[in-house]
Design a protein around this ligand. Structure first.
Ligand SMILES: C[S+](C)CC[C@H](N)C(=O)O
Ligand SMILES: N[C@@H](CCS)C(=O)O
Ligand SMILES: [Zn+2]
Length: 341
């Protein structure tokens, strides 16, 4: 797939969606809401081993909530992480592939349901509308693999190099790409070095798959490491594989400002999928309410975010299918369905 086809993937999706495509919501935290115990170094990737059926159910819930893109459970799935659990390299690679297979299966089941059921809204709030659906293979950061919340500090120590990061991700990204997703989602990217590593990796490996780069911020100005968001976005912008650039797993209150800033360098579609605004306690692997700052339900801001340039909108940690259904319904070109009874 050349760069022309790469960018047409996103163009076609956005056209079909009437300008703004819907991304799914939090996967890991939704698995947790269904009872999964993610207190493990593999975090949500543990469910690839223990409860693939649950991952499939959550993907389906998001599709029925109106998501045009579902993101695989591979955020914290790494060959190194699986090997630390005693799996062979081959088994570890199979587990990576499995995350993509689960999402593809969910899409197939969803399409069957669209054929079986009436088209459109099935009356109980489920959106059964045959449309192009993309499977995005999640690539979480090196910090995610560390399983200590480092994706919210972006601090990998002085000794970390570009080469080490590229080597860490190289085989994983290759295996995921070959498992048949529609694109790669480099998400919760916490620093410039890792963005650079991803961009070089895509280039060096002659990767033909489209990708998005999505950064996180905890001050509403820079990415979490303190690196300039504009410099990070410029790296994404200059990669021929990258078809969207944006922000995820960031409190809703920062999104408007970050979007305004990112539009200064981004000509590619802008993606945004905030978290609920709560903070992650990495020691306890729990989400805690911020004191003193409240993030109201962010769906009411979605159309404003689109006005300032977002064209792919969804949710990250602690958002649910309900959030995604509300986003779908608030978008002027999608809301042909009556409100839920
Ligand atoms: C996006 S964070 C909540 C993911 C989990 C973290 N890497 C951990 O393992 O604690
Ligand atoms: N796609 C991942 C992102 C975590 S920040 C998830 O939703 O679990
Ligand atoms: Zn998140």
């Amino acid at each position: 797939m050349g760069s022309v086809e790469t960018s047409s993937l996103m163009r076609d999706l956005l056209k079909q969606a009437g300008g703004v495509a819907v991304v799914d919501g939090g996967l890991a935290t939704e698995l947790e809401r269904h009872g999964a115990d993610l207190n493990d170094p593999l975090w949500s990737a543990k469910c690839i081993l223990t409860s693939p059926h649950l991952i499939r159910t959550v993907h389906l819930d998001y599709l029925e909530a109106g998501a045009d893109i579902i993101i695989t459970a591979s955020y914290q799935a790494t060959i190194q992480g699986f090997e630390a659990k005693g799996f062979s390299t081959e088994e570890s690679e199979d587990l990576l592939r499995k995350s993509v297979e689960i999402a593809r299966e969910a899409r197939d089941i969803y399409y069957d349901r669209c054929t079986e059921g009436s088209s459109g809204d099935s009356g109980n709030g489920r959106i059964l509308k045959r449309r192009k659906i993309l499977v995005a293979a999640s690539v979480g950061s090196y910090g995610a693999y560390l399983a200590d919340g480092s994706e919210y500090s972006g601090d990998y120590g002085e000794a970390m190099t570009l080469g080490t990061l590229k080597d860490f991700h190289r085989r994983r990204v290759r295996v995921l790409a070959e498992a048949g997703p529609d694109l790669l989602a480099f998400e919760t990217v916490p620093n410039k070095l890792e963005a650079q590593a991803y961009a070089e990796l895509l280039e060096e490996e002659n990767m033909e798959l489209p990708a998005w780069f999505s950064f996180n911020s905890k001050d509403g100005v820079n990415v979490v490491s303190g690196d300039s968001l504009l410099e990070c976005a410029a790296i994404a912008e200059s990669s021929k594989n990258v078809v969207a650039v944006g922000i995820n797993c960031t409190p809703p209150r920062f999104i408007h400002g970050l979007l305004t800033s990112i539009t200064k360098v981004a000509t590619k579609p802008i993606i945004v999928y905030p978290n609920s605004g709560e903070s992650y306690d990495a020691d306890r692997k729990m989400w805690v309410q911020n004191t003193g700052v409240s993030d109201e339900d962010f769906v009411s801001y979605v159309n404003k975010w689109c006005e300032v340039g977002a064209s792919l909108v969804g949710g990250c940690c602690r958002t649910t299918p309900q959030t995604i259904r509300a986003i779908y319904r608030t978008l002027p070109n999608r809301s042909t369905t009556p409100p839920e009874q």
